[in-house]
Design a protein around this ligand. Structure first.
Ligand SMILES: [Zn+2]
Length: 249
């Protein structure tokens, strides 16, 4: 029926629902806060919410907090590290240090990397950006293999509940998990940790070792973790704030 009256939203009001930025909604299983802001790898805003929060609710939350979101965006974008490049002299991370890449042409030998306190060297007959990128990835993995098992052995020496236990260590490149632990004694560590300061690796190992004794995050778990790795809170904060720098490639 046409009554002659418009049923649409009064002029001006529809603008209330428009936001001065674009965003993408990402639902994650283990998010406790209603809304968590993040930037994706392209610098776009991610509204991270628990599984059960619908699109309309996300939008309402963003509208309600538009000033906070804009402040977050300004700060996050200013803090964003420059994009990674794989040229001679490009800066890359290793054990918390930012080191220049040195590309060294080499005939007839397999691709190799060398990690020192001063630089990361890539020896190869292929020094185009894509090849260097792949060689560097393989180099990080090799370094992780060398370092991680050693650190697990060192840290488990202080965890008497692991005495006599068979721990299987697996390494995996992961986007947002630093480590996992199964009741069968499999500890999986994110190879990207090789780029972070050494205490990050140690903290993640200690955390997973504690899970071999207590599978949840209850008070008993934190008692163990406090004893095995005092000061872990600072490391966790560091990983929360800077973690994205380590998982970029
Ligand atoms: Zn845990």
């Amino acid at each position: 029926m046409y009554s002659g009256f418009s049923a649409s939203i009064p002029p001006g009001q529809e603008n209330l629902n428009e936001l001065p930025f674009s965003y993408r909604v990402e639902r994650r299983k283990r998010v406790t806060r209603r809304l968590h802001l993040a930037l994706d790898d392209d610098g776009e805003l991610l509204a991270v919410v628990p599984r059960h929060v619908g699109d309309a609710a996300v939008h309402r939350l963003l509208v309600k907090n538009v000033a906070t979101v804009e402040r977050y965006l300004r700060r996050a974008q200013a803090r964003r590290p420059p994009p990674l490049e794989w040229h001679d002299g490009s800066m890359h991370l290793f054990t918390g240090r930012t080191l220049p890449l040195q590309l060294r042409a080499q005939r007839g030998r397999a691709r190799e990397t060398e990690f020192t306190d001063q630089h990361i060297a890539v020896y190869s007959h292929q020094l185009d950006e894509d090849s260097v990128r792949r060689t560097l990835r393989a180099g990080y993995l090799a370094q992780a293999r060398r370092l991680f098992a050693q650190r697990v052995d060192t840290i488990r020496a202080g965890a008497d509940w692991t005495r006599g236990l068979k721990i299987e260590l697996k390494l995996q490149r992961m986007k947002r998990t630093w480590g996992t632990c199964s009741s069968k004694g499999v500890i999986r560590l994110n190879t990207h940790l090789v780029k972070a300061p050494p205490q990050c690796l140690d903290y993640v190992i200690a955390h997973e070792l504690c899970h071999l004794q207590v599978m949840n995050h209850g008070p008993e778990f934190y008692r163990l973790q406090d004893a095995l790795y005092p000061g872990w809170q600072d490391v966790r904060t560091h990983l929360r704030e800077h973690g994205r720098r380590y998982t970029r490639d």
